[in-house]
Design a protein around this ligand. Structure first.
Ligand code: COA
Length: 172
C-alpha cells in the first residue's frame, strides 16, 4: 500500500490489473488526449514501464482501488518528467470512464501531491495537460496548481500543445 485517501487505496500495479488497465487504456474516449486507444502491446509496455519506474524511482502511476468494493478504477501517481527544460515530478491521473465525475481523480491526485511534498521532499509538483483536456485542467486547478508555461509535446506522430501546471510546496 502506497497511500490511502478518504475513499481510495493506492498500490503498485500488477499483472492482475491488466483487465482493468485495458478498460482504461483501450477506451477511445478515455484516451482522447493520448491520440486514441492503445492496442494490447501498448497496454503491456505501459505496465512494464510502470514496473521499471517502481524499481528505478520508487514511484510511478499506481493502481487506484475503491476501498468499499476493492475494484481497481483508475491510475494515479507520480512520475519523473522533463517539462520546460527541467527534470520534475509530475502527478498523473487516468480513470475508468464508468467512475468519472465523482471526485476520485482529485482525491487520489491530492494524496499524490501531498506524498510528493512529504515523502519525496519535492519542492514543486507538476501536471502536463493537453490544451484540449478540460477535465484534466479542472483536476489540476482543484489541486491548487497554476499554469507556469506552454510547450508542444510530440507523441504518436502528433504535435500536441500542452499547458504546464504546477504547485509549490506550501510554506511550513
Ligand atoms: C481527467 C480525469 C482523470 C478526471 O477524473 P474525474 O474523477 O472525473 O475528476 P473529478 O471528479 O475529480 O473532477 C475534477 C473536476 O473536474 C471537473 N470535470 C470532470 N470531468 C470533466 C469534464 N469532462 N469536463 C469538464 N469538467 C470536468 C469536475 O466537475 C471537477 O470540478 P468541480 O470540482 O468544479 O466539479 C478523467 O476525466 C480521465 O480519466 N480522463 C482521461 C484520461 C486523461 O485525460 N487524463 C489526464 C491526462 S493529463
Amino acid at each position: 500500500m502506497i497511500l490511502r485517501t478518504r475513499r481510495l487505496d493506492l498500490r503498485e500495479l500488477t499483472d492482475d490489473d491488466l483487465p482493468a488497465l485495458r478498460a482504461i487504456l483501450q477506451d477511445g474516449d478515455t484516451m482522447t488526449a493520448y491520440e486514441g486507444a492503445f492496442d494490447e502491446q501498448m497496454v503491456r509496455s505501459w505496465l512494464s514501464r510502470m514496473r521499471e519506474r517502481y524499481r528505478d524511482d520508487g514511484f510511478g502511476l499506481w493502481a487506484v482501488v475503491l476501498r468499499e468494493s476493492g475494484q481497481m478504477i483508475g491510475q494515479c501517481g507520480l512520475t519523473r518528467q522533463h517539462i520546460l527544460d527541467e527534470d520534475v515530478i509530475e502527478v498523473g491521473y487516468l480513470f475508468d470512464r464508468a467512475h468519472w465525475r465523482r471526485g476520485y481523480a482529485t482525491e487520489a491526485a491530492a494524496g499524490c501531491r501531498d506524498h510528493a511534498f512529504t515523502a519525496l521532499g519535492a519542492d514543486r509538483v507538476w501536471a502536463q495537460v493537453r490544451d484540449t483536456n478540460i477535465a484534466s485542467m479542472n483536476v489540476a486547478i482543484r489541486l491548487g496548481m497554476t499554469v507556469r508555461g506552454r510547450f508542444i509535446k510530440h507523441y504518436r506522430g502528433v504535435d500536441m500543445p500542452h499547458l504546464a501546471f504546477a504547485i509549490d510546496r506550501p510554506a511550513e
